[in-house]
Design a protein around this ligand. Structure first.
Ligand code: FDA
Length: 396
């Protein structure tokens, strides 16, 4: 079979690319090995798909080449995707921090993409395994369990490595390497962090407790909830900071401000010193009570379990510093099974920022999460899938 464009991967980016190329009159074949269409969209956003973010900025993305994402994100914007959602009469709402979710179900976004593909006459081959990709003259040859397929343009949209049980594979990275493109080592990102046994002996039993916080690691600060788990830490603040922790090689300390409401913790403690309160009691106004007590025991090693008035002034400065930037050294992450995205991927220095085409391999494109562009939590990763998929769909 010969077509103009073959897209491998029927996820968010692949479907957007196929629909866009189809709408330009190109003949498009989409191949995916998974029996279910766009399963990651279905499970996203707790079943309601956080499909974009109103407050999108290029600095909400991590990459070895931070400017690369600008072009695609400005050519196909959140407003463009919102207009598409509205055209399909999908009701949605803003949850927090610009994050837009479907009112009803993420299946509506899959149906939207399927309808757009059908309108463009896109053909499907799924589930179908791809055994290899090669070049034959000006065409790409894709060998599948249903025979060889040929096209002048080949779009790789096979995503990252998260949640392998629903079909994630390193296929896209292998194709990139086969054609001489570099791959930035992939790592799990937006991922819960593991802490060591000493830490877990104190805090593990508080699993499920959460509190308002600011977390950061070698990058921007994230004011959101931190969640204690039986393996360590999670919650949106930690997931966001985890991507920067991973980018820094997992060696830097991660910091948590436990008192985001208190600008000057030392003065706050000095003022509270006049009363007879213990530190843990004072902290329990801002933090879960049992966590406050464990924190005082752990960080103070027994020395802080007295009335504030009995603590020397120098100790208050130390306590204030730890409250406003509690340093933690995670032992690792909970890996690809629990991660939301993959940091790293096809090196953007080998791609054209306007079209997502490989600079030195005419007709070969990479879109979506397989590329070394990783968004923050909050709809940014789907917007990258829409923008990069649309950009390639205009050129393939
Ligand atoms: P995606 O992973 O969607 O699709 C890749 C496709 O390629 C799959 O259909 C797969 O079967 C196929 N494939 C892989 N290997 C293949 C091979 N060898 N042969 C054939 N086919 C192959 N983001 C966001 O912005 N808002 C959100 O609410 C969420 N929520 C969320 C929840 C959870 C639990 C996860 C794991 C992730 C999210 N994300 C998210 C991230 C978001 O889902 C992700 O960034 C996009 O789905 C990436 O889109 P892609 O099309 O690049 O890959």
């Amino acid at each position: 079979m010969h077509v103009d464009v073959i897209v491998i991967g029927a996820g968010a980016a692949g479907l957007m690319c196929a629909a866009t190329a189809g709408s330009r009159g190109r003949s498009v074949l989409v191949i995916d090995h998974s029996p279910k269409l766009a399963e990651k969209i279905r499970i996203s956003g707790g079943g309601r798909c956080n499909f974009t973010n109103r407050d999108l900025r290029p600095d909400c993305f991590l990459s070895q080449n931070p400017h690369f994402c600008r072009s695609a994100l400005s050519r196909y914007t959140p407003r463009d995707f919102i207009a598409l959602v509205e055209r399909h009469r999908i009701r949605y709402h803003e949850k927090t921090l610009g994050q837009l979710f479907c009112d009803d179900s993420s299946q509506q976004i899959i149906d939207l993409l399927k309808a757009e593909c059908d309108a463009g006459g896109v053909r499907w081959q799924r589930p179908s395994a791809v055994s290899g990709v090669s070049r034959e003259g000006d065409l790409f040859r894709v060998d599948t369990d249903q025979g060889a397929r040929f096209a002048a343009s080949l779009v790789i949209a096979t995503g990252g490595l998260t949640v392998p049980k629903i079909g994630a594979t390193p296929f896209g990275y292998r194709v990139a390497e086969q054609f001489g493109l570099k791959v930035v080592a992939p790592k799990p990102a937006l991922v819960p962090l593991a802490l060591d046994p000493d830490w877990l002996a104190r805090f593990g039993e508080l699993s499920g407790a959460s509190f308002d916080s600011v977390a950061w690691c070698d990058g921007p600060e994230f004011r959101e909830q931190t969640l204690l788990t039986h393996r360590g830490l999670s919650g949106p603040a930690i997931l966001q900071a985890s991507s920067y922790w991973q980018q820094a090689g997992g060696r830097e300390a991660l910091h948590i401000d436990l008192l985001p409401e208190v600008a000057d913790a030392e003065s706050w403690l000095q003022t509270a010193r006049a009363g007879r309160q213990a530190l843990a009691t004072l902290l329990a106004d801002h933090l879960p009570k049992r966590f406050a007590q464990q924190w005082v025991d752990f960080e103070g090693a027994g020395r802080w379990n007295v009335a504030l008035a009995e603590l020397p002034r120098a100790a208050l400065a130390d306590i204030a510093a730890k409250l406003k930037g509690w340093p933690l050294h995670p032992s690792g992450t909970l890996g690809y099974n629990k991660a939301e995205v993959t940091l790293g991927g096809v090196d953007t220095r080998d791609l054209d920022q306007k079209t997502m085409a490989a600079r030195r391999v005419p007709g070969l494109f990479f879109v979506g999460e397989v590329v070394d562009v990783t968004g923050w939590l909050g709809g940014y990763n789907f917007q990258w899938a829409w923008s990069s998929g649309w950009s390639a769909g205009q050129a393939a």
